[in-house]
Design a protein around this ligand. Structure first.
Ligand SMILES: [Zn+2]
Length: 258
């Protein structure tokens, strides 16, 4: 699956609109075409600045069923390393899944992990601080519509920091251009959760895709713990990435941690 620069949607299920856009002009996306209007007038746009002072979430706790290894292909999503998991066409329920309660009293909702991609620098900020990169685990509903994203902020750690998530992948050199793909077998998404304390502490809110068409209806889960990587690992990510951060959006109807 070849991705083209400036035409890539944040996640599978986009409209396929071919209007060109650029991260460097993220405050103008809404003027480019009516299809991107939500980027300008939406009430739950992402990313946002999160506050430590606001506390973390005690509701919407995600429950993971990431036990099984998956096979997929490592490639470049147009802006950095990414991996898309294999599944029968149109069928998502065989993928690793996550459940959460959207509203108190409602039944749990299950969403399916179709893959991940990395933004550099990070999309979300915390108290105004922007990490060097952010990993997104994209989840869709049973019909393939993007529904929830797990966000892991990435920064270089101390001298001994290494991320086993990155260690377990083949060299990211396969992400150097957008045509090359490398098959990865037995990838364990669960291992990434362990690196941020199993996602026990997080912020959650109602948001959107962070690239055009800025579709809303996405539940975000942002890990409070940073995913610390080694200096060389950080440099590898940055080397294979292009600037991919949208300006943080004004908080409006996001219902953070509510
Ligand atoms: Zn993303």
């Amino acid at each position: 699956m070849q991705q083209r620069l400036h035409k890539r949607m944040e996640a599978p299920g986009g409209t396929g609109n071919s209007v060109k856009w650029a991260y460097e002009e993220s405050n103008r996306w809404g003027y480019l075409t009516d299809d991107f209007a939500l980027c300008q007038i939406g009430t739950q746009q992402s990313p946002i600045d999160l506050k430590l002072s606001g506390g973390i979430s005690h509701t919407h706790c995600p429950r993971f069923n990431y036990s099984n290894p998956v096979t997929g292909h490592l490639h470049n999503w147009g802006y950095g390393p990414s991996m898309t998991f294999n599944h029968p066409k149109g069928k998502y329920t065989c993928l690793p899944s996550m459940s959460f309660q959207e509203k108190a009293g409602q039944a749990n909702e299950t969403v399916y992990l179709t893959g991940w991609h990395i933004h550099a620098p990070a999309d979300h900020t915390v108290e105004g601080y922007r990490s060097r990169a952010e990993l997104h685990f994209v989840h869709v509903d049973a019909k393939g519509k993007p529904r929830a994203v797990l966000a892991f902020r990435i920064d270089p750690g101390t001298c001994d920091s290494r991320s086993s998530f990155l260690d377990d992948l083949p060299e990211l050199v396969h992400c150097k251009d957008m045509k090359t793909m490398k098959t990865v077998k037995n990838f364990m998404p669960k291992a990434v959760l362990a690196e941020v304390g199993w996602f026990h502490e997080f912020w959650t809110y109602k948001g959107s895709l962070t690239s055009p068409p800025c579709t809303e209806g996405i539940r975000w889960f942002v890990a409070r713990n940073v995913l610390y990587v080694g200096d060389k690992q950080m440099q590898d990510i940055l080397y294979h990435s292009k600037y991919a951060a949208r300006e943080t959006q004004e908080i409006w109807q996001h219902q953070i941690n509510v």
